[in-house]
Design a protein around this ligand. Sequence first.
Ligand code: PL3
Ligand code: FE2
Ligand code: FE2
Length: 231
Amino acid sequence: MPQLEAILAIDFHSKTYKDAYSRINAIVIEGEQEAYDNYIKLGEMLPERQEDLAGLAKMEMRHKKGFQSCGKNLAVTPDMEFAREFFSTLHENFKDAAAEGKLVTCLLIQSLIIECFAIAAYNIYIPVADDFARKITEGVVKDEYLHLNFGEEWLKAHFEASKAELEVANRQNLPIIWRMLNQVTDDAHILGMEKEALVEDFMIAYGEALSNIGFSTRDIMRMSAYGLVTA
Ligand code: PL3
Ligand code: FE2
Ligand code: FE2
């Protein structure tokens, strides 16, 4: 729960707020753009679901435009170079997996890890956002649950065949998320978002996803904390 004093103290037009926003806003814009690209790629890898995936990609493009308008509304210029660098490792991993035809790894990176990261971040942001950005973000987060659900449903239907690849992909990519989170902790704090809350919401969303797919509680505990301590 965000502290009331913290919300009351936020000055959306201060130099400090706008400076932090220039990076966080860029991260979400870049994240939505990469999500768009990733769903287009997933559509090529999963031709029988191409139409559904094109629909998800379209939503990501709408999200990107929504967040661009949030930055404009605060007269902030997003630092896109910072954001591209922020996503580069995860981006490379998705690209490599796609080139090797590793659909399960691609689904884990985009539909589970990235969507859970977005769901945690957006839910924590909503209560501390300015009025304009709050309305946009509320609309966006509803869609992100659909995207997470797409990955869950597919992986659940192919659980036994995907399990081993999911374990490896989790081990490879989850530590990257914790590192990314550490990189935004200070800026997120300025926006009224605490790291502990982000970690907690991410763990809940990701743990629930793994459970829906078919992993046991024991597996989930082991998998979802992977890389958290060393990050
Ligand atoms: C998938 O649809 C979108 C992927 C975007 C990933 C965003 C991760 C954001 C982490 C930064 C934490 C602060 C969020 C602030 C929200 C405006
Ligand atoms: Fe999105
Ligand atoms: Fe999404």
